[in-house]
Design a protein around this ligand. Structure first.
Ligand code: HEC
Length: 146
C-alpha cells in the first residue's frame, strides 16, 4: 500500500503545483485584447492606481469583495472584482465605463435601490482612483503581497 499512497501524494502535489503555475500564466497572459475585450486601461506605476489601492483597503471594500492585490480582500459576500476591465456590465445594470463605475462606487443605492452594497460616502476623486485600480492589471508583486 505504501508506494500507492506515495504515488497519490506526489500526483496531487504535482496537480497543485501545476495549477498554481497555470493561474500565474493566466494572470500574466491577459494583457492583450482577446475577443474584443478591452485591455487594462492604466499601468500600475500610475499614481491614481496606487492611491486607489490604498483607498480600497481603507474603505474596507474587501470585507465584502475579493480583490486581487488588496491585502485581506478575500471576502465572498459580493462578486469578486478581478480583471474588472473585462466586464461588460457593472452590477448587471450599467455598461462598464469609467463614469458608470465611479457612479456605482459612490452611489450604488441610487443605481440599484436596496442593493446589498451600501453607500460608503466615497468622494468622486476617491471613486476615480478606485476605478483606476480596478481597471489596471495587478502586478505579480501586488498579488504576492495580499
Ligand atoms: C457590505 C458589503 C459591500 C461593501 C463594503 C462593498 N460592496 Fe461592492 N458590492 C456589494 C454587493 C452585494 C454587490 C453586488 C450588487 C449587485 O450586483 O446588485 C457589489 C457590487 C460591486 C461592484 C460591481 C460588481 C460587478 O460584478 O458588477 C463594484 C465595482 C463594487 N461593488 C465596488 C466596491 C467598492 C470599490 C467598494 C468599497 C468602496 C465596495 N464595493 C464595498 C457589496 C459590498
Amino acid at each position: 500500500m505504501k508506494p500507492v499512497i506515495g504515488h497519490v501524494d506526489a500526483k496531487s502535489l504535482w496537480l497543485r503545483v501545476s495549477s498554481v503555475w497555470l493561474g500565474v500564466l493566466l494572470l500574466t497572459a491577459c494583457t492583450g485584447e482577446v475577443n474584443g475585450v478591452q485591455e487594462p486601461r492604466t499601468s500600475s506605476s500610475d499614481h491614481s492606481v496606487q492611491t486607489g489601492r490604498t483607498l480600497i483597503a481603507d474603505y474596507g471594500c474587501g470585507s465584502c469583495h475579493s480583490i486581487p492585490g488588496i491585502p485581506g480582500a478575500d471576502a465572498k459576500a459580493a462578486p469578486p472584482l478581478e480583471q474588472f476591465y473585462q466586464r461588460t456590465y457593472i452590477a448587471g445594470q450599467l455598461p462598464n465605463t469609467l463614469d458608470n463605475l465611479v457612479l456605482w462606487i459612490q452611489n450604488p443605492q441610487e443605481v440599484e435601490p436596496g442593493t446589498a452594497m451600501p453607500n460608503l460616502g466615497v468622494t468622486q476623486i476617491e471613486a476615480r482612483a478606485m476605478a483606476a485600480y480596478l481597471y489596471h492589471q495587478p502586478t505579480l508583486t501586488e498579488l504576492l503581497s495580499q
